[in-house]
Design a protein around this ligand. Structure first.
Ligand code: CP
Length: 337
């Protein structure tokens, strides 16, 4: 894949060597993300951060990643604050915003909307989530985290056994991660969901065709007994026609410390793309796991900055110049204490 100037819309664009390239550049970003060094390599560049659907992590970590590379961020959040509410098309919006920006990140509730926007953009567009379709940068940071967590025990992604739990029908992070895992060898995936919320058949087929061993389950505890990773997800309430319909599935597959201790291996890594739904009727990942050293959810969120810095550096072709435009931080850094 030639990253320079590319739109990042789907995991289907990636080969294994492309993922290796992203991860190598992400590793290189650590001193900047940890505020040991400052780089100004993107000084003068502008990110258009366009989020037409709710977000905390993706929006802020894209913005932080761009700032950490020395660039500036201009944001629109919500339809109500954009001219889309006046009937402007996504393509016209792209034609205009790409005149103001060097790269654009976008989230939108409709599947395929980010690709539609990108088709009229003069600058690279990164998909921050398009409806229930894909969330490619989340999958890259998830796999980066998996690699990091299991490396400590001498394992690689080849041979991984992972359970993905929850609303697999609508969960775009699971869709993108499933496609990404298909690039690796001897991977076993256990898909745990209510019968009505199984992973789309096309993605199951894509994994099986690539040699992934896929098991479908509608029961939690006996399906997580010997996995390396449990990847929990939220019921995607915003994809259902009514809250009452989503309520039918909420809280069906709760993981807490007691279940973890009884059924998981002692070193099973716990992941979640976040936000976890911590309301009493959901609570898919209980806060009593917060002191479990294998809970990787906040390390996972931190890694989003590294991976998004890497993607910006690659699509704007500065990955080899990041250190050249750098210096030590001047301020008190609580991360290093
Ligand atoms: N993981 C994720 O996409 O989180 P946000 O919805 O907060 O961006």
């Amino acid at each position: 894949m030639n990253f320079t100037g590319a739109h990042i819309l789907s995991i289907n664009q990636f080969q294994r060597q492309d993922v290796d390239r992203v991860f190598a550049v992400a590793d290189q970003m650590e001193p900047y993300a940890l505020r040991k060094r400052v780089t100004r390599v993107l000084e003068g560049a502008i990110l258009g951060n366009m989020f037409f659907e709710a977000s905390t992590r993706t929006r802020v970590s894209f913005g932080s990643a761009f700032n950490l590379l020395g660039g500036e961020v201009r944001e629109t959040a919500g339809f109500e604050n954009s001219a889309l509410v006046k009937g402007e098309s996504l393509q016209d919006t792209a034609r205009v915003l790409s005149g103001f920006s060097d790269v654009i990140c976008m989230r939108h509730p409709q599947e395929g909307s980010v690709a539609d926007f990108a088709s009229a953009s003069r600058v690279p567009v990164l998909n921050g989530g398009d409806g229930a379709n894909e969330h490619p940068t989340q999958a890259l940071l998830d796999l980066y985290t998996i690699r990091q967590e299991i490396a400590a025990r001498g394992q690689t992604i080849d041979g991984l056994k992972i359970a993905m739990i929850g609303d697999l029908r609508h969960g775009r992070t699971v869709h993108s991660l499933s496609k990404l895992l298909s690039l690796y060898n001897n991977v076993q995936v256990i898909l745990i969901s209510p019968e009505e919320l199984t992973l789309p058949e096309a993605i199951v087929e894509q994994m099986r065709s690539a040699g992934v061993q896929v098991t479908i389950s509608h029961e939690l505890t006996n399906s997580i007994v010997d996995v390396d990773i449990v990847y929990s997800t939220r019921i995607q309430e915003e994809r259902f026609s009514t809250k009452e319909e989503a309520d039918l599935y909420r809280g069906k597959f709760r993981l807490n410390q007691a279940i973890y201790t009884e059924f998981c291996q002692p070193n099973t890594v716990i992941m979640h793309p976040l936000p976890r739904d911590s309301r009493a009727d959901a609570n898919e990942l209980d806060s009593d796991l917060d002191n479990n050293p294998n809970l990787a959810i906040f390390r996972q969120a931190d890694n989003g900055v590294l991976v998004r810095m890497a993607l910006f550096a690659l699509v704007l072709d500065v990955a080899d110049k990041v250190d050249e435009f750098s210096y030590d931080v001047r301020w008190y850094n609580s991360r290093q204490v």
